[in-house]
Design a protein around this ligand. Structure first.
Ligand code: F6P
Length: 511
C-alpha cells in the first residue's frame, strides 16, 4: 500500500503535531536510556541516532509504516533477484557482486558463477598491472557511477594504495580536465580505463576518443596494453578498438557499480585481496540488512529516519560531514546515490506523489566545513540534519592531530544539540539541532565496503517506503537529448525555433 494511505502515516502525522515541542536536551534529561536505545552496531559501523529529532515512540510508528508498506518483502524481492526496477524491466543485484562464491542455490547460482568468473580475471589483471613497473599512471575515464565510486574509494583507501602508481579520474566533457591530466603523462607509462556501463555516454566517449588520439600522437601503438574497457557493452568497446574488456550486467545500476568491473581502478590501487575485503565488508552489511530485525537494522533505522524528517518534520536537506580527509569524495558519491535514486516525483505506477521524496544532499569534510557553512547549521533559520562520519584510529603518526579531529566532531554534535544561551542576540545558539554520528574503528577496505553498502540500503529503505523506483534515472535523459540538438546549433549557428532566452544565449556564446 502507498505510504500516505496507511494507518501508520496518519498516526505519524498526528505524532508529528504533538512532537512540535520536542527538545533533545529535555529528551536526554527524561530518558537515561536514550543514548543506548537510539544507537546500534552494524558490521564495521556504529550508528548513534540519539541526537536526532526522534524517540522510541517515533521509531515504533516508523516500524509500523515499514510493515504496512511491505518494506521487508520488497527487500526480499531484491535479494531474490526479481525485476524490481520495473521501468527498465531489470533485477537489482549489485549485492550479488559481493556474495561469496558458490553460496547461492537455485536461479541465482548461475549469475553468481558469472560474477566470480568475471571477478577472477579482473583481479588477476589488476595484479598484473600492479606488477608492471612500466605503468605508472592509471587514468579512469568515466562519469557518474563510472567515476564517483572508484574515485571516492581510491581516495578513501589512499593508505592502502600501491606506491609508485598514480591514479587520475577524468569525467567532465570539459576538455580542461583531460588536457590537464594528459600534460603530466607519457604514453608508454599510462593505462587508460574506459569505464562506461553503456559505452555510449557522450562525455566518456569524447574523452576516450581524445585519449586514444593523444596516445597515438605520442607514438603509442599497443592499444591492447594501454587501454581497457569496463562495460556491459563489450561489442561497442570492440568497435571502438579496445580488446581488453571486463564486463558486467544490466542488473547492476550505474551508481551501484563500484563492486563490478567498474571497480578495476580500486583493485589496481589496493590489490586483489584489498578488493575482496571491500566486497566482504559490503557483504557483511548485506547480511545485516537482510537478517537483522527491522528494529535493530541500521539501514532500516536510518532510512526510516530520512522519511520522518522529509515527510513529517519537513527537513528538505541532509548535510554529510566526513571527519576524515580521505573520505572527502563521499558527499559527492552519496549525492548521486541518494538523489539519482530517490529524486522521483511519481510512484511505481507513474502517479504524481503528494509527498516529498529525496532530500538535497551536500557536504564537505570536517573540520573544513566548520570554517565555512557550519554557521548556518548552528544559527541559520533552517534545520539541516547533519550526518557525521568519524574514524577512531588514524593511519598517520602525527602528534595531536587525530585527538583534535575527534574532539571537533564530538564537540560539533554536542554544540548543535546543546546550543548556548545569550539573551536571544547574535551570540545565541538555539541548540536542539539534529545530527547522526557514524563511527568506524578504522578506515580499511572492509569498513569502507560496509559503510557504502549501509548507505545503499538506507536509500533503498526510504525509496521503498515512498513507493518509488529507486533504480531508474529517466530524469537525466532530457538534458542529454537537448544537448545534442544545441551542439548541432552551436556548430551551425541555427537558432530558429528556439525560445528567445536560449536563442540569445546561443548567439552570445558564438559571438
Ligand atoms: O546520466 C546519468 C548516468 O546514466 C548515470 O546513471 C550513470 O552512472 C552515468 O550516466 C554514466 O553512465 P555510463 O556508465 O553508461 O557511461
Amino acid at each position: 500500500m502507498r505510504c500516505d494511505k496507511t494507518a501508520a502515516w496518519c498516526q505519524l502525522q498526528q505524532h508529528a503535531e504533538r512532537f512540535a515541542g520536542f527538545d533533545l536536551r529535555t529528551a536526554f534529561a527524561q530518558d537515561d536510556a536514550r543514548a543506548q536505545a537510539l544507537s546500534q552496531s552494524a558490521p564495521h559501523v556504529f550508528a548513534d541516532l540519539s541526537k536526532n529529532h526522534t524517540d522510541v515512540a517515533t521509531e515504533a510508528l516508523l516500524m509500523e509504516l515499514a510493515r504496512q508498506t511491505g518494506l521487508a518483502s520488497h527487500r526480499d524481492a531484491m535479494f531474490r533477484g526479481e525485476a524490481i526496477n520495473h521501468t527498465e524491466d531489470r533485477a537489482v543485484m549489485h549485492w550479488l557482486l559481493r556474495q561469496p562464491e558458490g553460496s547461492l542455490q537455485g536461479d541465482l547460482a548461475e549469475p553468481l558463477a558469472l560474477v566470480h568468473g568475471t571477478l577472477a580475471p579482473m583481479l588477476a589483471y589488476a595484479e598484473e598491472v600492479r606488477a608492471d613497473a612500466q605503468i605508472t599512471d592509471v587514468v579512469n575515464i568515466g562519469i557518474g557511477g563510472s567515476d564517483l565510486g572508484p574515485q571516492m574509494a581510491v581516495l578513501a583507501l589512499q593508505d592502502f594504495v600501491l606506491p609508485g602508481k598514480r591514479f587520475h579520474f577524468v569525467s567532465n566533457v570539459d576538455g580542461h580536465e583531460l588536457a590537464a591530466v594528459l600534460k603530466g603523462l607519457r604514453a608508454e607509462n599510462t593505462l587508460f580505463l574506459i569505464a562506461s556501463k553503456t559505452f555510449t555516454t557522450i562525455e566518456t566517449m569524447t574523452n576516450a576518443r581524445s585519449a586514444l588520439a593523444w596516445f597515438q600522437v605520442q607514438g603509442g601503438s599497443d592499444v591492447a596494453r594501454h587501454f581497457a574497457a569496463l562495460t556491459t557493452n563489450v561489442a561497442a568497446a570492440a568497435e571502438f578498438g579496445i580488446t581488453t574488456t571486463f564486463g558486467f550486467w544490466d542488473w547492476v545500476g550505474g551508481r551501484y557499480s563500484m563492486w563490478s568491473a567498474i571497480g578495476l581502478p580500486v583493485a589496481i590501487a589496493i590489490g586483489a585481496q584489498g578488493f575482496k575485503d571491500l566486497l566482504a565488508g559490503a557483504h557483511a552489511m548485506d547480511q545485516h540488512f537482510q537478517a537483522a530485525p527491522l528494529e535493530e537494522n541500521v539501514p532500516v533505522r536510518l532510512g526510516l529516519l530520512d522519511v520522518w524528517y522529509r515527510n513529517f518534520l519537513n527537513y528538505t536537506s541532509r548535510s554529510i560531514a566526513p571527519y576524515h580527509s580521505a573520505l572527502r569524495r563521499v558527499p559527492a558519491y552519496l549525492q548521486q546515490l541518494e538523489m539519482e535514486s530517490n529524486g522521483k516525483r511519481v510512484d511505481r505506477n507513474g502517479q504524481a506523489l503528494p509527498y516529498g521524496t529525496s532530500p538535497v544532499l551536500w557536504g564537505e569534510p570536517g573540520t573544513n566545513g566548520q570554517h565555512a557553512y557550519f554557521q548556518m547549521l548552528h544559527q541559520g533559520t533552517d534545520i539541516v540534519p547533519l550526518e557525521f562520519i568519524a574514524v577512531k584510529k588514524p593511519t598517520h603518526s602525527l602528534k595531536d592531530h587525530h585527538e583534535l579531529l575527534l574532539a571537533n566532531v564530538i564537540a560539533q554534535a554536542q554544540a548543535l544539540m546543546q546550543g548556548k544561551s545569550d539573551a536571544g542576540g547574535h551570540k545565541h545558539f538555539t541548540g536542539n539541532r539534529p545530527s547522526t554520528f557514524l563511527l568506524l574503528d578504522e578506515l580499511t577496505p572492509t569498513s569502507l565496503g560496509a559503510l557504502i553498502a549501509l548507505q545503499e540500503h538506507r536509500v533503498f529503505v526510504s525509496g521503498s517506503v515512498w513507493g518509488i523506483n529507486s533504480f531508474d534515472q529517466w530524469g537525466v535523459e532530457l538534458g542529454k537529448v537537448l544537448a545534442k540538438n544545441i551542439h548541432a546549433r552551436i556548430v551551425s549557428g541555427d537558432g530558429s525555433g528556439l525560445d528567445a532566452s536560449t536563442a540569445a544565449l546561443l548567439q552570445r556564446v558564438r559571438s
